[in-house]
Design a protein around this ligand. Structure first.
Ligand code: HEM
Length: 132
């Protein structure tokens, strides 16, 4: 029987760690700069360095690459970790719009953007913890 080639991960399609870091940096730069994201920006610490690192470590593994986040912190328990922050539809949509904008800005290929937005939507929707 012939070996079937392994499906490339989203991590490798995106271009590996440097590209994940670029995406996260653009995401938080936009969150910091654009007034439409002021609602979710205000939930974050004033200095965004720690938030950038954590999202970068998490996304590497979530996209099918190295498990930097789990190695440092164990199971992500993302929904529980977001419970202190009131997340309703508006906050979910700000996060998703900021991520879509960041992917566009760093030039993620169109079909990969679409695939990732579907996956981000599922995770962000699951994080909602308030009505509205
Ligand atoms: C739905 C809207 C979302 C809002 C408003 C939100 C907001 C936040 C805030 C305020 C923090 C704390 C930042 C810090 O302590 O530095 C955080 C942490 C985090 N968020 Fe989100 N987030 C959302 C969705 C997501 C999604 C969709 C993902 C992953 C795909 C994600 C991944 C993370 C990770 C990995 C952390 C760090 C957790 C930790 O170790 O403390 N978030 N988020």
């Amino acid at each position: 029987m012939q070996d079937t080639p392994a499906q490339p991960t989203a991590f490798s399609l995106l271009g590996g760690e440097d590209r994940v870091r670029e995406l996260v940096d653009r995401f938080y730069d936009l969150m910091d700069l654009e007034s439409e994201f002021a609602g979710i920006r205000s939930m974050h610490p004033e200095a965004l360095g720690g938030s950038r690192d954590k999202l970068f470590w998490f996304l590497c593994g979530w996209l099918g690459g190295p498990n930097h986040y789990i190695e440092r912190f164990g199971h992500p328990m993302l929904r529980a970790r977001h419970l202190p922050f009131p997340i309703a539809t508006s906050e979910r949509d700000q996060w998703l719009r900021c991520m879509a904008w960041a992917m566009q800005d760093i030039g993620v290929e169109a079909s990969l953007q679409e695939r990732l937005m579907q996956a981000f939507h599922g995770t962000a929707d699951w994080m909602r913890n308030r009505a509205g």
